[in-house]
Design a protein around this ligand. Structure first.
Ligand SMILES: NC(=O)c1ccc[n+]([C@@H]2O[C@H](COP(=O)([O-])OP(=O)(O)OC[C@H]3O[C@@H](n4cnc5c(N)ncnc54)[C@H](OP(=O)(O)O)[C@@H]3O)[C@@H](O)[C@H]2O)c1
Length: 247
C-alpha cells in the first residue's frame, strides 16, 4: 500500500486507534476523512489539521451507509483507501436467557458494518489506482476471550471474510488486516488506563513501522499479538484460552 497521496475513509476516527491512524496517515501526506457517530470527537480528531474532514455515520444503519457513500464519492472522487476500524466490544453472560441486543448490535457494527461499507464502495475502489482496504480485527479473532463471546466471533468472522476478499480482489485492491492486541483505549470502560494493555502510542509506532514495510504485510501484527495469532499453529491454544479467561 502506498503511504502518501491517498484519499482515505476511516470509520471510528473519533477516538482510540482510529483517531491515531487517521492523524498519522494524515501526517504522511494523505487526505483523511473520518466517520463515526459523535460529531464532537470527530471534530477533535481533525481540529487544526489540513486535509482532514469529518462525516457523521452510524455504521449500524444500512440506509445511512448508502446515503453516506453517495455523498462521499461525489465529494471525494479520488477516494482510494477504506479503513474499516469502527467497532464495539461488550461483555455478555451466556449462562441464562437474556436480551440479545448487545449480541445483535455487535454483529451489525463489527461484521455487517464492514461488509456493507465495503459493498457500497467496491465498484469505485476497483477503478482507483493504488486502492486498498484495511480491516481492523483483533487478536481475539484467533483466541476467544470468554467474557466477550459475540465480539470474538465477529472478529473471527471478519478475519475469514478478509481472507476471501483478498483472494477475490487480487491484483485489483490490496486487502490488509490489522490485528491489535489489547490496547489502552476506551473500547471498554476503564481500558485506557488498565495495566497489561499496550499503550496506544507504543502500539501505533509498531503499526506504522509495519505499514512502511515493502510490500505491506497482508496482516499487520505487532509483537504483542503474535501469541494469540499463532496460538493454534504453535500448540498453545488451550493455554491461551485459559489465560484470557483468567483476565
Ligand atoms: N483497543 C483494543 O484493545 C482493541 C483490540 C483489538 C481490536 N480492536 C479494534 O480496534 C478498533 C478500534 O477500537 P478502539 O480500541 O480504538 O476503541 P474506541 O476508541 O472505542 O473506537 C471505536 C470507534 O468506533 C466508532 N463506532 C462504534 N460504533 C459505531 C457505529 N455504529 N457507527 C460508526 N462508528 C462507530 C466509535 O465512534 P462513535 O461512538 O462516535 O460512533 C469509536 O470512535 C475496533 O474495531 C476494535 O474492535 C481494539
Amino acid at each position: 500500500m502506498k503511504l502518501t497521496g491517498n484519499t482515505i475513509l476511516l470509520t471510528g476516527g473519533g477516538s482510540g486507534i482510529g483517531r491515531e491512524l487517521a492523524r498519522r496517515f494524515n501526517a504522511l501526506g494523505n487526505h483523511v476523512i473520518v466517520a463515526g457517530r459523535r460529531r464532537d470527537s470527530l471534530q477533535e480528531t481533525i481540529e487544526g489539521r489540513p486535509d482532514m474532514d469529518a462525516f457523521p455515520l452510524d455504521i449500524q444503519d444500512p440506509q445511512a451507509i448508502d446515503n453516506f457513500a453517495e455523498e462521499l464519492l461525489a465529494a471525494y472522487p479520488n477516494l482510494n483507501v477504506l479503513i474499516n476500524n469502527a467497532g464495539i466490544m461488550r461483555r455478555e453472560s451466556l449462562t441464562e436467557r437474556r436480551d440479545l441486543r448487545d449480541s445483535e448490535e455487535t454483529v451489525v457494527t463489527n461484521f455487517l458494518g464492514p461488509i456493507r461499507l465495503t459493498n457500497v464502495l467496491i465498484d469505485h475502489l476497483q477503478r482507483q489506482a493504488g486502492a486498498a482496504i484495511v480491516n481492523v480485527t483483533s487478536g481475539l479473532a484467533f483466541v476467544p476471550l470468554s467474557h466477550t463471546p459475540t465480539y470474538n466471533a465477529t472478529k473471527a468472522a471478519l478475519h475469514s471474510y478478509t481472507v476471501a476478499l483478498r483472494a477475490q480482489l487480487k491484483d485489483k485492491v490490496e486487502v490488509i488486516e490489522l490485528v491489535p492486541p489489547g490496547v489502552q483505549t476506551e473500547l471498554t470502560p476503564g481500558q485506557s488506563t488498565r495495566e497489561g494493555y499496550m499503550p496506544l502510542d507504543d502500539f501505533m509506532e509498531e503499526v506504522m513501522e509495519a505499514f512502511h514495510r515493502e510490500p505491506t504485510p497482508r496482516e499487520i501484527l505487532v509483537e504483542r499479538v503474535e501469541f494469540l495469532r499463532w496460538a493454534e499453529r504453535d500448540g498453545h491454544f488451550d493455554r491461551a484460552v485459559e489465560m484470557l479467561a483468567a483476565l
